[in-house]
Design a protein around this ligand. Structure first.
Ligand SMILES: O=C(O)CCC(=O)C(=O)O
Length: 262
């Protein structure tokens, strides 16, 4: 499944405009599984959002799509952009977050505002990379993402008028993805259709950057021992923080934070 990505073109686009469009990243079979699993996982998470009093601002958002051992994990186990992300960071990287946004007609979620996905602006030093996988066709009518090319070079938020006058709409087909520097200013578009428009939102970081949820702890030690080295790396098992003196003092192969993690 590894994509044949032209390294020069990828590097050039991510450096200059800050984003690129990957066509047909996910095949129809996997796509169908992702859509079904997302519906179940959203229902579980939505109940917690509402219980905890944050239902309105979180509407349509769904975080941390791991732990159910379903198609979400199948996709990561065969992660098609491994080469691209590694090249972007110049070495090993880990999953920082794995969520979804279900853009509903008349939505109120925070992702519809102009934002970027990393709080610390580190300029040219690459901390975080986004991959947004389209589970439905993204159209102008159903709220294709607005993305302001080149804005990853600017720390401050653009004024609304400038943003909406100059942003590109990420129109594409279900199974496509857009990859972008997390410094870039973007916003989900308003969904003026009558159907939902779903996207998976993943971020990747250098291994020393704290994950949004501790995935190795969520999934457990035993799980980490039965997966492939590639998935182990991706989920952050090679970049854990020990929490006891015994965990800290280990021979190199068993160390929580491995030497090749930067
Ligand atoms: O779904 C979209 O159009 C945008 C999602 C987004 O802005 C985000 O995940 O940060």
């Amino acid at each position: 499944m590894e994509q044949n990505i032209d390294e020069y073109e990828t590097g050039y686009l991510l450096q200059t405009q800050g984003w690129l469009h990957c066509k047909s990243l996910i095949d129809d079979n996997l796509l169908a599984g992702l859509c079904t699993d997302l519906a179940d996982m959203y229902e579980q998470r939505r109940a917690v959002q509402i219980d905890n009093g944050i239902g309105e601002v979180m509407s349509g958002t769904c975080h941390h799509l791991l732990g159910d051992h379903n198609s979400m994990e199948t996709m990561l186990a065969n992660w098609p952009l491994d080469g691209l992300v590694k090249h972007y960071f110049g070495g090993n990287y880990i999953l920082n977050s794995f969520g979804a946004f279900i853009n509903q007609p008349n939505d109120t979620a925070y992702v519809s505002r102009i934002h970027r996905d990393v709080r610390t602006y580190a300029g040219e030093f690459r901390l975080l990379l986004n991959v947004l996988i389209m589970l439905d066709d993204f159209t102008l009518e159903n709220g294709a993402t607005y993305i302001l090319s080149g804005s990853h070079h600017v720390a401050t938020k653009p004024p609304e008028e400038l943003f909406y006058a100059n942003a590109t709409r990420a129109v594409g087909k279900a199974g496509d993805a857009i990859v972008f520097d997390s410094n870039i200013w973007h916003a989900a578009g308003e969904n003026k259709s009558t159907a939902i428009r779903r996207g998976l939102t993943l971020t990747f970081s250098r291994p020393f950057f704290k994950q949004q949820l501790d995935y190795p702890r969520l999934l457990g030690q035993a799980y980490g021992e039965q997966i492939t080295p590639q998935l182990r790396q991706l989920l952050g098992y090679n970049a854990r923080t020990p929490s006891t003196i015994d965990e800290y003092y280990q021979p190199v192969p068993k160390r929580f934070y491995q030497p090749d993690q930067g």
